[in-house]
Design a protein. Structure first.
Length: 223
């Protein structure tokens, strides 16, 4: 019998790959997607993707969406309190496991595990330790389609914002940049792929620089 699991969902490529991995393994039943949204902007925290597109992804993935809302500039205490309330609800409903798409950062993994421990839940990492260069090209070969929606200008040229995540982009990335952006170099939005029942249509809006560092490509739900 498959174990129920909630997947931490940013809307980006690693989340989508983790969903594909979990569904393919057959050992876990993904029962929902868990996302943090910044209340003031109504966008996915860090990625800057509009909630409407996040909801469209969940519909295409045929999964319920569970949103934890935090305020702009929320500190660790607010985040931990809001997340704990959501996690306690999952635990009470019989879900004891949360899956994450993290790849190799040990401090991030420890943080996830320590966050879940007080509510009696555990973390799993279906992509952990995979070679990120190979994984990035596997993502493309599998038929996924993604766009760079946030670029950290201190790690990568901001002109990459809005680019398609494809072989051409990977060939142009500087050697210091992880091909999956695991160190926060960039974040993506997945619009199509084998985990969806159909594409999530969007149009490109403006590109905005925030905090003198982060280049956000706004995506608008297609009419």
């Amino acid at each position: 019998m498959s174990e129920p699991v909630v997947l931490s969902w940013s809307g980006g490529k690693d989340s989508a790959l983790a969903l594909r991995e979990l569904r393919g393994a057959g050992t876990h039943d993904v029962v929902g997607l868990l996302t943090t949204v910044t209340r003031d902007h109504d966008r996915v925290s860090m990625h800057g993707v509009r909630r409407a597109l996040l909801e469209a992804q969940a519909r295409a993935a045929r999964l319920p969406l569970h949103v934890v809302e935090i305020s702009a500039g929320a500190g660790n205490d607010e985040y931990a309190e809001s997340m704990s309330r959501m996690l306690e609800g999952f635990r009470a409903s019989g879900v004891h496991t949360v899956a994450f798409g993290d790849l190799f950062l040990g401090d991030v993994r420890r943080y996830r595990e320590e966050m879940l421990a007080p509510v009696g839940m555990r973390a799993i990492f279906p992509l952990w330790g995979r070679d990120t260069a190979a994984l990035a090209r596997e993502f493309i070969a599998a038929g996924f389609r993604a766009t760079l929606v946030c670029v950290d200008g201190e790690q990568l040229d901001g002109r990459f914002a809005g680019r398609a995540f494809d072989h051409s982009l990977l060939d142009e990335l500087p050697a210091r940049v992880d091909p999956c952006g695991e160190r926060g170099e960039f974040h993506t939005f997945v619009a199509d792929g084998p985990v969806f029942s159909g594409p999530v249509d969007f149009t490109r809006g403006e590109t905005v620089l925030r905090d003198g560092r982060f280049h956000f490509q706004d995506l608008l739900p297609a009419r």
